[in-house]
Design a protein around this ligand. Structure first.
Ligand code: PLP
Length: 391
């Protein structure tokens, strides 16, 4: 049983409701993302005690997930990842309450599993036969794995300079891989051109409305794991921004159903110096982010020159009183090794970038010693280990 009712436009145009028993991608009137909506007044009678004894995966919040009567999730046990109190790392950087949300422990080693579990659950329910997407790596691995679990075909479009382990792992799950001469935005264009005439189901970030529903469960988990309080800071390495937008949505939903109060964490969007469209827009005070030219960084998940949900990311960061900042590749690679050697956690460069950002916010006296700070380790190190030899 879920309180899922419909889709509606996330922007001012407000178009909707759209029937979730049909395929929808971007808003048909303004071409911005659609978001899933729930019957929040009915959901207010759903007590959080109902979670007790449920399996430790993201579908424990199934009442607030995009399921229609008769649907079963496509799951590999994603979510409910550990929230580790990082005491040694905290002592190093000057924080008593630093926690690592360790998303490296998801299927296929990143939080992309959450988004694809939700998206491919809906795709299968909608009768899709082939999943298609552009990817920098992790999203493709997750899509390939969940497509296999759902018995669907998968077409992955990946920049040809992507790290080899990402390409190999797509093939491990039986996906067909196309190497693209260009960036993820070029891969997206080619995937759409090839897929449209043959009816592929495109699960591109935020062009497809359900990945964000999978990633929002990180917000539900933070609240549940912190005993129904929210932290002071959430530090999030941002590419397409699905996780940040999703968590912000989760906080609003939880407040509406009486699970948490009005307090919100300050949201920190972390990007790479070589690709920082959100940081630039944040600093310039604009609503949307202009595309970044010549994007380059060792953190493949952050190499997103243009995000369709840019305005949603910027709104959440600003409304929260948070900030956006970028870090160099050398810093993030140094800090992925610091996370590993202080805490035994396998961190992708994206996770390292979050640590660099935290160090800077402590040094600037924005974060205080007693603040509860969440470092999002969005993926594991194994597929990126070549970066350790590039420095
Ligand atoms: C995709 C990815 C990101 C960026 O995630 P978004 O929610 O799209 O901003 C960060 N880290 C890793 C490891 C990723 O794979």
């Amino acid at each position: 049983m879920s309180y899922f009712t419909h889709l509606a436009c996330s922007a001012e145009c407000g178009a909707g409701p759209f029937d979730p028993r049909e395929r929808h991608f971007l808003c048909p009137s303004c071409a911005l993302p659609l978001l899933a909506r729930y019957d929040l007044s009915a959901a207010a009678s759903w007590p959080r005690e109902a979670l007790k004894g449920r399996e430790p995966n993201m579908w424990r919040y199934r009442e607030m997930m995009p399921l229609l009567p008769g649907d079963e999730p496509v799951t590999l046990g994603e979510g409910f990842t550990p929230l580790l109190h990082a005491k040694r790392l905290g002592a190093l950087v000057g924080l008593d309450r630093l926690f690592i949300k360790d998303e490296s422990l998801n299927p296929t080693n990143s939080f992309k599993a959450r988004g694809q579990s939700a998206a491919i659950t809906r795709a299968r329910a909608l009768g899709a036969h082939t999943i298609a997407l552009p990817t920098a790596g992790n999203a493709g691995n997750a899509a390939a794995a969940y497509s296999a679990a759902a018995g669907l075909k998968c077409q992955v479009f990946i920049p040809k300079d992507a790290k080899q382990p990402f390409v190999d792992e797509c093939r491990l799950y039986g996906a067909e891989v196309t190497l693209v001469d260009g960036l993820i935005t070029d891969a997206g264009r080619i995937a759409a051109e090839q897929g449209k005439p043959v009816g592929w189901y495109d699960v591109s970030t935020l062009k497809e409305p359900y990945r964000v529903e999978g990633k929002k469960t990180m917000g539900y988990e933070l609240a549940e794991q912190l005993d129904w309080t929210l932290p002071d800071w959430v530090v999030y390495p941002t590419g397409g921004g699905t996780g940040l937008v999703g968590m912000w949505k989760a906080f609003d939903e939880m407040e509406a159903i009486g699970w948490v109060g009005k307090k919100r964490p300050r949201m920190v969007s972390v990007q790479a110096d070589g690709c920082a469209p959100i940081v630039r827009a944040f600093e310039e005070g604009t609503e949307k982010a202009a595309p970044w030219e010549n994007a380059h960084t060792a953190a493949d998940g952050l190499r997103v020159p243009r995000a369709v949900g840019d305005f949603l990311i910027l709104r959440a960061v600003r409304a929260s009183g948070g900030t956006a900042l970028s870090v160099s590749d050398a810093e993030m690679i140094r800090d992925m090794v610091v996370i590993g050697s202080y805490e035994g956690v396998s961190a992708a460069p994206e996770g390292g970038a979050a640590l660099t950002a935290i160090r800077r916010l402590v040094a600037d006296h924005r974060m205080g010693r007693n603040d509860t700070v969440i470092l999002f380790n969005t993926g594991g190190a194994l597929k990126y280990l070549d970066v350790l030899h590039q420095q």
